[in-house]
Design a binder for this molecule. Structure first.
Ligand code: PGA
Length: 238
């Protein structure tokens, strides 16, 4: 696990963009594993700016997103489908049919997503980390062997995300569909980003803690190409 400490959110986003740009420049067919939430927005802004200025070509790239809420229509303003359109996809030339975002609430939907993932290898997986150590929506105590599955979101996760739902936890969906930990670990390269003091405990546990499903991110200790890009506040307990 390579740890890169940077000053703040902007520097974290710059560094993440450099890694992404290298992968996409070297391989026009790159498969991008993408994440939602506040953390990767700066990375996506830089990808859009770079696309506008340098015409980086995504025509042959594919993307696979980590997760999606259950119970929100795809067009809902807080769905991850909408998030991805707004922050990235409507601005770059990745063809619609190359974009994969999990959707649905059944075992069949999970298997279909995992099957699509099995056709490729993700070249670069972008990850955030929950304040409880989750990656994707794999909450604490999710077995490391899980593939795409349906999860019940923890109260802590729903509280953390209530800021997107008028600060009303009751509006935050109670379930999600997520790539599993085993699915995430198949990526060739993983870039985990974290900014802010509220991530410091999760980052410290991920780096120093015993590998244990109680902190899902500890599984990354076993992956041989992980870059953790953390700002000063998120790195404050390292
Ligand atoms: P955030 O979420 O980027 O909104 O902090 C990260 C996560 O829960 O994985």
């Amino acid at each position: 696990m390579k740890i890169m400490k940077v000053k703040n959110y902007d520097e974290m986003s710059d560094a993440a963009f450099q890694v992404m740009k290298e992968v996409v420049s070297e391989n026009p067919n790159a498969v991008l594993g993408l994440a939602t939430g506040s953390t990767p927005i700066g990375l996506y802004e830089r990808m859009v700016k770079d696309y506008q200025e340098h015409h980086t070509n995504y025509a042959k790239c594919q993307s696979f997103n980590l997760d999606e809420y259950i119970g929100l229509a795809q067009g809902h303003e807080q769905s991850y489908f909408t998030f991805m359109q707004k922050h990235l996809f409507k601005h770059i030339n990745m063809p619609k049919e190359h974009i994969h975002i999990p959707y649905g609430n059944s075992e069949v939907d999970c298997q279909a997503y995992e099957k699509a993932l099995d056709q490729v290898q993700v070249d670069i997986q972008v990850l955030g980390i929950g304040s409880n150590g989750h990656i994707g929506f794999n909450e604490p105590n999710t077995p490391f062997t899980k593939e795409t599955h349906i999860v019940n979101l923890m109260k802590k996760t729903r509280q953390d995300n209530a800021r997107f739902f008028e600060n009303d936890i009751d509006q935050v969906p109670k379930q999600a569909i997520t790539m599993g930990i085993a699915s995430i670990m198949k990526a060739k390269k993983i870039v985990l980003l974290a900014s802010g003091e509220h991530k410091a405990d999760a980052i410290a546990t991920m780096v120093y803690g015993t590998k244990d499903p109680i902190c899902p991110a500890t599984v990354l200790q076993d992956h041989d190409d992980v870059i953790v890009i953390v700002d000063e506040a998120a790195a404050s307990k390292l």
